[in-house]
Write a protein that binds this ligand. Structure first.
Ligand code: NAP
Length: 323
C-alpha cells in the first residue's frame, strides 16, 4: 500500500487552480497551507502591490503571480478573496465576468454580512459563493508574516447564503479541514454578532486604551513604555493590528459592534459603581467568573497557559489576535 492510498485526498480536493487575491498575512498563509496540504494543484497569486508580488516570487508561494485580478482568476476553480473587506465589492465586479460556471468564490474576511451583500450580486449564474472566516491571525501584515500552520486547531466559520450548492459548501469545508481547522457553519448575521463580542469589541477596547494612554499628560510616554508589563503591553499587541483591515471591520459590522458596545458600557458602569461603593464582593465574584473563562479557553486548546499570552511560544501556540 503506498502513501496515497493510505491517506486518500478528501472528497472534492485538490482544487485544480486556486486564485488567491491579496497575499498579506492571511493570503500568504493560505498559499503556504494549500501547498503543504496538497489541496491545490496550482496556485495563482494576485496582488495589486508590485513589492508584494516580488516577495511572493522570492518566497516561492505560487505557481504564477499577477497584478491583474481579471486575468488571474481566469480558469480558477476556486478564488479566495484575502483583502480588507471594503475592497471586496470592486474586486468582485472585476472578477465576476471571468469566472466559469462551477467555480467557487470564497474569502477570509472578518465580517460576513457585508461580504454577502457586496460580493453576491457580482457573481454570474452557476458560480458558487461560500464565504469563510478563519478565526486565526496575528498583529502582523504582509507576505512575510504568513505561515502554513496558522489555521491548525483554529475555527473556520462558513456562512453560505441560503440556497448555496451543498457540494460547493462541502468542498470548502473539506479544504479548511485539510488546513487543520475545525469548521462551523452559521448565518452571516450570527457570525457578525458573535465576532463583535469575541474579536471586534476587544480590538476596539485595545485601540481605545492605547489611545487614551498616548493622550495622557500626567503620565509620560517613557513611563507608559517602562511600566507596560502591568497589563498595558498586551493591549498594545492587539492595538498594533492592521489599521486598514480594522477600519473596514468597524465600518462594515457597525450594528453588531454598537449593540455589543452598549452592553459593554452598561457593564462598565456597573463595575464603576462597585468600585465607588467599595463592593469588594461584587468585584471578586466577577473576577472569579472571568478567570474561569480564560481557563476554559486554555482547556479547549485555543490558548496556552504561558504567562506571556503565547508571544514567545513556538508555532504550535495560538497566534492571537484573530480578526
Ligand atoms: P494584510 O496582511 O494587510 O494583507 C492585505 C492584502 O490585501 C495586501 O496585500 C494589500 O495590498 C491588499 N489590499 C489592500 N487593499 C486592497 C484593495 N483595495 N484592493 C486590492 N488589494 C488590496 O491583511 P490580512 O491580515 O491578511 O487581512 C486580509 C483579510 O483577512 C481581511 O479581510 C481580514 O478581515 C481577514 N482576516 C484577518 C485576520 C488577522 O488577524 N489579520 C484574521 C482573520 C481574517 P497593499 O499592500 O497594496 O495594501
Amino acid at each position: 500500500m503506498n502513501d496515497a492510498s493510505a491517506n486518500p485526498a478528501p472528497a472534492g480536493l485538490p482544487f485544480a487552480r486556486v486564485g488567491i487575491i491579496g497575499l498579506g498575512l492571511i493570503g500568504s498563509s493560505m498559499a503556504r497551507a494549500l501547498r503543504k496540504s496538497g489541496s491545490a494543484k496550482a496556485i495563482v497569486a494576485i496582488d495589486r502591490d508590485a513589492a508584494v508580488r516580488e516577495r511572493v516570487a522570492a518566497l516561492g508561494l505560487a505557481d504564477s503571480i499577477t497584478g491583474d485580478a481579471a486575468a488571474g482568476v481566469t480558469g480558477c476553480d476556486l478564488v479566495i478573496l484575502c483583502v480588507p473587506v471594503l475592497a471586496y465589492g470592486a474586486l468582485a465586479e472585476i472578477i465576476g465576468p471571468r469566472l466559469a460556471p462551477g467555480a467557487i468564490v470564497s474569502d477570509v474576511g472578518s465580517v460576513k454580512g457585508s461580504v454577502v451583500r457586496d460580493v453576491g450580486p457580482h457573481l454570474p449564474e452557476g458560480v458558487h459563493f461560500v464565504p469563510a472566516h478563519p478565526v486565526a491571525g496575528t498583529e502582523h501584515s504582509g507576505p512575510d508574516a504568513g505561515f502554513a500552520e496558522l489555521f491548525a486547531n483554529r475555527w473556520s466559520i462558513l456562512t453560505p447564503p441560503a440556497g448555496t450548492d451543498p457540494a460547493a459548501i462541502e468542498r470548502v469545508h473539506a479544504l479548511w479541514s485539510a488546513l487543520g481547522s475545525n469548521v462551523e457553519i452559521m448565518t452571516p448575521e450570527h457570525h457578525d454578532l458573535v465576532l463583535a463580542i469575541t474579536s471586534h469589541v476587544p480590538h476596539l477596547i485595545a485601540y481605545n486604551i492605547v489611545g487614551t494612554a498616548a493622550d495622557m499628560e500626567t503620565v509620560t510616554e517613557s513611563e507608559v513604555i517602562k511600566f507596560s508589563a502591568g497589563g498595558f503591553r498586551d493591549f498594545t499587541r492587539i492595538a498594533a493590528s492592521d489599521p486598514t483591515m480594522w477600519r473596514d471591520v468597524f465600518l462594515t459590522n457597525k450594528d453588531a459592534v454598537l449593540e455589543m458596545l452598549g452592553r459593554f458600557n452598561e457593564d462598565l458602569a456597573a463595575l464603576q459603581r462597585m468600585i465607588r461603593w467599595g463592593d469588594g464582593e461584587g468585584l471578586h465574584a466577577l473576577f472569579t467568573r472571568t478567570r474561569a473563562i480564560r481557563r476554559g479557553i486554555i482547556a479547549s486548546g485555543q490558548e496556552t497557559a504561558a504567562p506571556d499570552f503565547g508571544r514567545h511560544a513556538g508555532l504550535a501556540a495560538p497566534k492571537d489576535p484573530a480578526g
